[in-house]
Design a binder for this molecule. Structure first.
Ligand SMILES: [Zn+2]
Length: 349
């Protein structure tokens, strides 16, 4: 057999559904796929968290069938790279509704589709599907900034604001699939004079996301600093979040003030989380999590809102950036797939 023949044979074997994969349980390498709006990445993780194979492709735009075909290709090549069955977990920008249909995806072609069911039918094995914030929470709780801690709250501060909760190494889900959707709670301890109540895409006003996301940071800077309508805008075009951070680093007073308003609001929003959940660690992911000042400034501020009457003591919750950064999505998806395979093997035993 030539090398090419061997490759073809391996690919053919890998393409066939392998119902035995779930029975192999934790012995199988873990395939994690991060299905993003513009690109999709797949990795194989070994049991110790090492990445042994990785692939990235552009996500087919607005085409559900082409998306399924792309995912099938990843599974086929992942099985071939593993030399056998794999557990499969997929991270998506949305969540799985109780009836199995996808909801809240910014890739509109996924909404209303039974992604998990369709993939399980295609691959002949259980497939875990979870949103990207839950993947971040599990990834960081397993071998990231929250490793070894019981309760981990992981928030994504990016284009939007979402979060996931991991409790003793398991992602917390619920009957509505919305655990951690703190970005669409109202900003707590709102200052009517200083906190705008902008409309949010979810249909409400004044959501945490509208103020703490990257676009929220940029909009807040503009609202405070640009006066005089169109003429003012022409004189001072909008700055992106990145530009504000860069200008603040150069000592720009207005940009420093914008970052301080953002840090104070994040401190209030996370104090609300601490009062409700009292996590051991709060992990930040997403583009804004790279702002180093947050890890000093927010814990210095949040004690003002964490309830503690009579005795003044430091807040013990730790605030940390994600260890795995942009890889948290694929890694968390892979760990989720392993958990599902283990539970499946357990039920059959
Ligand atoms: Zn909202």
């Amino acid at each position: 057999m030539t090398g090419a023949d061997a490759d073809a044979a391996a690919a053919a074997a890998a393409a066939a559904p392998t119902p035995g994969a779930a029975r192999a349980g934790h012995a199988s390498p873990m395939l994690g796929i991060d299905l993003g709006g513009t690109k999709t990445e797949a990795v194989l993780l070994a049991d110790d968290g090492r990445v042994t194979w990785r692939e990235r492709l552009p996500t087919p735009s607005g085409d559900y069938d082409a998306t399924l075909a792309m995912l099938a290709g990843f599974v086929q090549r992942g099985r071939a790279a593993a030399g056998g069955p794999v557990s499969i977990g997929i991270g998506t920008p949305g969540t799985v509704a109780a009836d199995g249909r996808m909801k809240n995806c910014n890739s509109q072609c996924l909404n209303g589709r039974t992604l998990q069911r369709d993939l399980e039918a295609a691959f002949g094995q259980p497939v875990a599907v979870a949103n990207d914030a839950n993947c971040l929470a599990l990834s960081e709780a397993t071998d990231g900034a929250g490793a070894g801690h019981g309760v981990v709250f992981a928030a994504i501060l990016g284009t939007g604001v979402g979060a996931g909760i991991a409790v003793h190494g398991r992602v917390l889900t619920g009957p509505n699939g919305v655990a951690g959707e703190w970005g669409h709670n109202p900003m707590p301890w709102r200052d009517p004079a200083a906190d705008p109540e902008w409309p949010c895409f979810c249909g409400h006003r004044g959501c945490i996301e509208t103020l703490l996301s990257g676009p929220g940071l940029a909009r807040d800077h503009q609202a405070v600093n640009v006066k005089g309508g169109a003429a003012g805008l022409a004189a001072a075009p909008p700055l992106t979040g990145e530009a504000i951070v860069a200008a603040a680093a150069r000592g720009d007073a207005a940009c420093l003030a914008t970052l301080e308003r953002h840090a104070t609001r994040l401190a209030r929003a996370l104090a609300g989380v601490i009062n409700l959940l009292d996590p051991d660690v709060i992990v930040l992911g997403g583009g804004l999590s790279r702002m180093a000042h947050l890890y000093e400034r927010v814990p210095a501020l949040w004690g003002a809102w964490v309830v503690s009457r009579g005795v003044r003591e430091p807040v013990r919750t730790r605030l940390a950036p994600s260890v795995h950064g942009d890889n948290s999505g694929v890694r968390g998806a892979a760990w989720l797939g392993r958990d599902l395979a283990r539970r499946g093997a357990h039920r059959r035993a």
